[in-house]
Design a protein around this ligand. Structure first.
Ligand code: ARG
Length: 436
């Protein structure tokens, strides 16, 4: 069925392309549309280049108040059709949960919220393009960021027959010129006050850059934050919350089963109110320079902290060690636009197999900016009290340690006997007191 559909779409696209050669009309382009200034101006601009514009707006859980009327606005601006896709569940199932299972943090701190949404948007653009028989897709990224790389690499991987256009990167218009162009083409521009920052948000967190943040000496002002309170102003009383996981995925909070969208929303609210999830970092960009970004990821930070703790009692030492190397690789691939790479697939398969035993409950204390694990339990724990205890009930065979130490230390003893001559000396310790 899907193959038939794709073949039909391909035929339509070919017919459209042939028509374009004859008439100068290029066919349909699917534009990733947010309703902001850039993507609003992109509609008439693409029409001037000979395209019929179809818009695709992705709902990834962003805090936007223009969502209900966005399709209507796209059509008013000249789009031949407008699509709104609720991709929240897709994002959670195929990006956020795989990322959580991998404890993915780029450069050890960034939970990849923005990075996850780009391959998903590329997928959505290609999905609509194939359904509409479009010849191209378009995005509003500039030529400086890594989102252009992610969207284009992913889109090309999914359907190389569809061209990718980047109007904002190509038109070289300043903000003022864009406003003037919008007025000339009667494009309704957003009336909301322009933020001094560049913002991007979804279910997994909020990213904020530009403006005064570009000087790394500047402390991020209050208005750079939107999801969390300042830890200094957070409540004096901590919140204690219990998160239950099933095979690496959170399924309940405080014993209450919740659907994933609700669960993430509830934790964003609770942990955000305690100032958890603020990350202020200078990151190494894929495009070669360093940039500063301020992230707020209350649910992500809380869940990764809890998930990691649960793994510590349910996963074996050697698996944990290999996994932690692959977690780093996973984060780099996600950051660098290699979501659909064979290595990413292979790592995800490995990570999934490690999660079979990661079920149980973790108790976390949320207090003035930190999420601290207070307790954990699991029916599949390989933490054994009877092996670990120093008290009554100790089952560990102490006498076995004698032989173990002999064999474990043998290679080092052999080496030092051959190479290390003389007595032990300390350079900084006076040994005069040792002399009679
Ligand atoms: N630096 C982050 C990334 O590349 C976020 C990018 C979007 N940020 C923004 N404030 N618009 O994943």
């Amino acid at each position: 069925m899907a193959v038939k559909k794709a073949a039909k779409a391909k035929k339509t696209a070919e017919a459209t392309a042939a028509h374009a050669v004859k008439t100068g009309h290029k066919g349909k382009v699917v534009l990733a549309y947010s309703g902001g200034l850039d993507t609003s101006v992109a509609i008439p601009w693409l029409m001037e280049q000979g395209y019929d514009v179809v818009t695709m707006t992705a709902d990834v859980g962003q805090q936007a108040d223009n969502m209900p009327e966005i399709n209507e606005k796209a059509v008013k601006t000249g789009a031949v059709s407008a699509h709104m896709l609720d991709l929240r569940e897709e994002m959670i199932e195929n990006y956020i949960w795989p990322g959580l299972k991998a404890n993915a943090l780029y450069e050890g701190v960034y939970p990849l919220n923005s990075a996850y949404s780009r391959p998903l948007i590329a997928q959505a653009l290609i999905y609509i393009a194939q359904a509409e028989g479009a010849v191209a897709i378009a995005h509003g990224c500039t030529g400086k960021g890594q989102d252009q790389v992610r969207i284009e690499v992913c889109a090309n991987a999914l359907d190389p027959s569809i061209e990718v256009l980047a109007p904002v990167r190509d038109w070289h218009m300043t903000r003022e010129q864009e406003m003037e162009y919008a007025e000339r083409h009667k494009v309704p521009v957003p009336i909301t006050r322009q933020s001094p920052y560049s913002l991007d948000d979804n279910l997994w967190g909020r990213s904020c850059e530009c403006g005064v943040l570009e000087d790394p000496w500047n402390k991020p002002p209050k208005d750079a934050y939107g999801l969390t309170v300042d830890p200094l102003e957070a409540p004096d009383k901590p919140a204690i919350t219990e998160i239950t996981f099933d095979k690496g995925v959170p399924v309940a909070v405080d014993g209450k089963k919740m659907k994933s969208i609700k669960l993430i929303g509830a934790l964003n609210k609770l942990a955000g109110a305690h100032g958890i999830g603020r990350i202020d970092m200078i990151e190494n960009r894929l495009v070669g320079f360093k940039s500063r970004e301020v992230y707020e990821c209350p649910a992500a930070v809380t869940l990764i902290t809890a998930h990691r703790a649960l793994e510590s009692i349910t996963i074996s030492k050697d698996v944990m060690r290999v996994k932690s190397d692959l977690e780093k690789k996973f984060s780099e691939l996600a950051y660098e636009g290699y979501w659909f790479s064979p290595l990413m697939q292979a790592i995800q398969a490995f990570v999934d197999s490690t999660q079979e035993s990661v079920s149980g409950t973790v108790r976390v204390r949320l207090y003035k900016g930190s999420a601290v694990v207070e307790g954990m339990k699991s029916d599949s724990a390989i933490y054994r009290h009877d092996l670990a205890t120093y008290s009554e009930g100790d089952m560990f065979d102490h006498s076995a340690s004698v032989g173990f130490i002999k064999v474990w230390g043998l290679p080092i003893k052999t080496w030092t006997q051959a190479h290390r001559k003389g007595k032990v000396v300390f350079k900084s310790v006076k040994d005069s007191h040792l002399k009679p």
